[in-house]
Ligand binder design. Structure first.
Ligand code: FNR
Length: 339
């Protein structure tokens, strides 16, 4: 059968050989605690490319030291980070996969010694540090940090950039009325709450003309949070700005435990795809080739992001191909080992 999961797709001049994406996952494994990659990262990412994922996305990587979640996060706030990331990319590209990096800033969710920042001085939880309300100057500095990070991502040979606008981290803190209580041009209406992300996208585009994805949390699991209609508005604006794909996750803005079941976030990828007319990525408990194939064949999303299942099995894409009875190249030339 012709499996949609193993059909190529192009974003601008980047063609993915299939629709399987290694979803970004923080590994908290920068042993030097200065944001640099370690031998762990080379093995970790290259093995998923060897396992035939079409796109390997590097974990949330911080654009500023204070934007890390933990001291062991990866960083891209200085030119010193470029070389290691370039080496990670060499490993990924060796197997015909494309690579992406998720550019991130944790805002009020950082668990760090340093001061942390947010659009408003509201802690994530009672027992967490209260963030400093960002001044206009702080906002400018942070937008420039995303721009410089995009330039470094280009220098490190990434094919695609994803901006982390989900899970209650800084960009999400601006988007959400639960965390953004500002009275200046960055707060209030949804148009204003979108301004920070709009300015980041525009700044990134001055140095980067490759495909750009944005991950959003399309449900905040709170009655006063953004509505689905708000997310359709944000996605439509991003389409106008030239964003290639919305990666549809949910939650993390305020402490909440949403119900989790196979495909629990799929309705957001499907809804945004059809309402904002933009390509989407589906993520969340997608664990088998058959499940992924159903999503694509029914036109519910364009890419399948796999996180925990690919942590457990680096060769997840190969296993999915077996599920679907599709012949794809073996992870290593010794075919017999994979039959
Ligand atoms: C994650 N997730 C995540 N998401 C993201 O946007 N950036 C990140 O850096 C991380 N980090 C991370 C670490 C670990 C250990 C896990 C398990 C998850 C969320 C992840 O990408 C995915 O959206 C969810 O795990 C749901 O997909 P699965 O695991 O059900 O396939």
């Amino acid at each position: 059968m012709d499996a949609a999961l193993f059909s190529p797709i192009s974003f601008g001049n980047v063609t993915l050989k299939n629709r399987v994406v290694m979803s970004p996952m923080c590994m908290y494994s920068s042993v030097t605690e200065d944001g640099k990659v370690s031998p762990f990262h080379f093995a970790h990412y290259e093995s998923r490319a060897a396992g035939q994922a079409g796109l390997v996305m590097i974990e949330a990587t911080s654009v500023l030291p204070e934007g890390r979640i933990s001291p062991r996060d990866l960083g891209i706030w200085s030119d010193e980070h470029i070389k290691g990331l370039q080496q990670v990319n060499e490993g990924i590209h060796r197997h015909g996969a494309k690579s992406s990096i998720q550019l991130a800033h944790s805002g009020r969710k950082g668990i760090l010694e340093e001061d942390i920042f947010s659009p408003s001085a509201l802690p994530f939880k009672e027992d967490r540090k209260t963030p400093i309300e960002m001044s206009q100057e702080d906002i400018k500095r942070t937008i420039t940090a995303f721009q410089e990070a995009a330039q470094r991502a280009k220098d490190a040979h990434f094919d695609i950039i994803e901006l982390h606008g989900a899970h209650g981290y800084l960009i999400n803190q601006f988007l959400s009325p639960l965390t953004n209580k500002r009275t200046d041009q960055y707060g209030g209406t949804r148009e204003n709450r979108f301004l920070f992300l709009r300015e980041i996208i525009k700044a990134v585009q001055t140095v980067w003309n490759g495909p750009t994805f944005v991950r959003i949390s399309a449900n905040e699991y709170h009655e006063d949070g953004n509505t689905f209609d708000d997310f359709v508005y944000f996605a439509s604006e991003m389409k106008k700005l030239g964003i290639d794909l919305i990666d549809c996750s949910s939650g993390g803005v305020v402490p909440a435990r949403p119900p989790v079941f196979p495909g629990y976030q799929l309705r957001y990828a499907e809804g945004i795809k059809h309402k904002a007319h933009i390509a989407t990525g589906a993520v969340g408990m997608i664990t088998s080739g058959l499940q992924a194939e159903e999503i694509l064949q029914n036109n519910r999303a364009d890419l399948i992001f796999v996180a925990r299942a690919m942590l457990r099995n680096p060769y997840w894409a190969k296993a999915a191909a077996d599920d679907l009875r599709v012949e794809i190249p073996s992870p290593v030339p010794y075919e017999r080992g994979w039959k």
